[in-house]
Design a protein around this ligand. Structure first.
Ligand SMILES: [Zn+2]
Length: 69
């Protein structure tokens, strides 16, 4: 899958960062009764599905990258 061990290490640490971000507490996110990504009505949490959570994370990360660069 990864011919270069350096690429593999980079991909692995990138994934570890992604998992850490996904599991990080988000006190800045208030419960609104809606999915923060697609605005579907939900009973608890911040997202209606893991997909929405992932898409939202990706969106937030893309925004952070824009700010950094
Ligand atoms: Zn959703």
């Amino acid at each position: 899958m990864y011919a270069d061990p350096i690429d593999e290490a980079a991909a692995r640490s990138e994934q570890m960062i992604a998992v850490a971000l996904a599991n990080r507490a988000r006190p800045q996110m208030a419960f609104t009764g809606e999915c923060h990504y697609c605005e579907e009505a939900i009973e608890s949490g911040h997202f209606c599905s893991a997909d929405c959570r992932e898409d939202h994370e990706r969106m937030v990360r893309a925004e952070q990258q824009r700010k950094l660069s």
